[in-house]
Design a protein around this ligand. Structure first.
Ligand code: COA
Length: 259
C-alpha cells in the first residue's frame, strides 16, 4: 500500500516504520505524504487504539529531511516545505487523539529528532543518537525543533544542541528528559508495545483528553512554529545554505561566509 513506509496493526497498535534504510530513512516528499496518510488512518480507523513510529534497519530512526531535495529550493520553497511537513505530519502527530510513541532505533537527526519530539513521548534503543545538525547546512530546524526541544530539555541545553549541532547518546537523552526509557535494541519494540498496551487498558476518552490538555499546558506555540517556518525559508535564500547543502552532498566540510 505504501512505497516508503511499512505498517502493521496488531492488538490495536499501529506500527508505522519509515522504510528507506539505504538513505537512513531520510524524510523526502513521498515519506511526508505517506506519513500524512498513515496518520489519517490513525485518526479515522477505530481498530487503531495507539501507534508507534520507528525506522527500518539497525542504523537509523530518521537521519533528517532529505537533503537532496533542498538543492533547488529558494526561500519560498523552503518555507513551503516546512509548512507542508508541519501541517501534514508534525502537528498532526502532536494533536492525535490516540497515543503515539516514537521508538527511536538509531540516528534521530534534524527532522528525525523533530519527528520523535512531535510524538507524545519517546523510547530509545541504546544505539540511538539525537541531534539537530541543520546549522551545519546553513539552516535551522523547520519541523518544530526550535520549539519542542526547548520544552523537552530546557532553554540552555536546547541552545547548545541547536548551535553546536552536537549529537547526544541515548543515556544522555534520557537524563535530559528527551526520552523516557532506553532499552536494548531487541527489546525496544516489545517494551514500547507493553507501554501502549498498558495505556490501551485505560479509558480511551480520558486518554484523548489527557493528550489535548497536556498539549495545552506544554505545546509548541503557534507563533513560534510559524516564525520558525518563516526563518527556515529565509535560510533557504542564503549563500550559506547553498554552501552547506553542497558540502554535505560532496562529503566535505562547509566554509560559511555569513551571507
Ligand atoms: N538526506 C539525504 N540523504 C541522507 C541523509 C539525509 N538527511 N542522511 C543520510 N543520507 C544518505 C547519505 O547521503 C548516504 O547516501 P549514499 O549511500 O547514496 O551516499 C546514505 O544515506 C548513508 O549515509 P552516510 O552519510 O554514508 O552514513 P554515515 O554512517 O557515514 O553517516 C550520518 C551517518 C547520520 C552521520 C550522516 O548520514 C549524516 O550526517 N546525515 C545527515 C544528517 C543531517 O544533517 N540531518 C539534518 C537534515 S536537515
Amino acid at each position: 500500500m505504501y512505497q516508503t513506509l511499512k505498517t502493521e496493526l496488531s492488538e490495536g497498535i499501529y506500527t508505522i516504520t519509515v522504510n528507506r534504510p539505504d538513505k537512513l530513512n531520510a524524510l523526502n516528499k513521498d515519506v511526508i505524504n505517506e506519513l500524512g496518510q498513515a496518520l489519517d488512518e490513525v485518526y479515522n480507523n477505530a481498530e487503531i487504539r495507539s501507534a508507534i513510529i520507528t525506522g527500518e534497519g539497525a542504523k537509523a530512526f530518521v537521519a533528517g529531511a532529505d537533503i537532496t531535495e533542498f538543492t533547488d529550493l529558494d526561500a519560498q520553497g523552503g518555507a513551503a516545505l516546512a509548512q507542508a511537513g508541519q501541517d501534514k505530519v508534525f502537528s498532526k502527530i502532536e494533536q492525535a487523539p490516540k497515543p503515539i510513541i516514537a521508538a527511536v532505533n538509531g540516528f534521530a537527526l534534524g527532522g528525525g529528532c523533530e519527528l520523535a519530539m512531535a510524538c507524545h513521548f519517546r523510547t530509545a534503543s541504546e544505539t540511538a543518537r539525537f541531534g539537530q545538525p541543520e546549522v551545519n547546512l546553513g539552516l535551522i530546524p523547520g519541523y518544530g525543533g526550535t520549539q519542542r526541544l526547548v520544552q523537552l530539555i530546557g532553554k540552555g541545553k536546547a541552545m547548545e544542541l541547536l548551535m553546536t549541532a552536537d549529537m547526544i547518546k541515548a543515556d544522555e537523552a534520557k537524563a535530559l528528559g528527551l526520552v523516557n526509557y532506553v532499552f536494548g535494541a531487541e527489546e525496544l519494540l516489545p517494551k514500547t508495545r507493553e507501554l501502549l498496551l498498558k495505556i490501551q487498558a485505560k479509558a480511551p476518552l480520558a486518554v484523548s483528553k489527557i493528550i489535548a490538555l497536556v498539549n495545552e499546558a506544554a505545546t509548541a506555540s503557534d507563533t513560534g512554529l510559524s516564525n520558525e517556518i518563516k526563518a527556515f525559508g529565509e535560510c533557504f535564500g542564503t549563500e550559506d545554505k547553498k554552501e552547506g547543502t553542497a558540502a554535505f552532498l560532496e562529503k566535505r566540510a562547509a566554509v560559511f561566509s555569513g551571507k
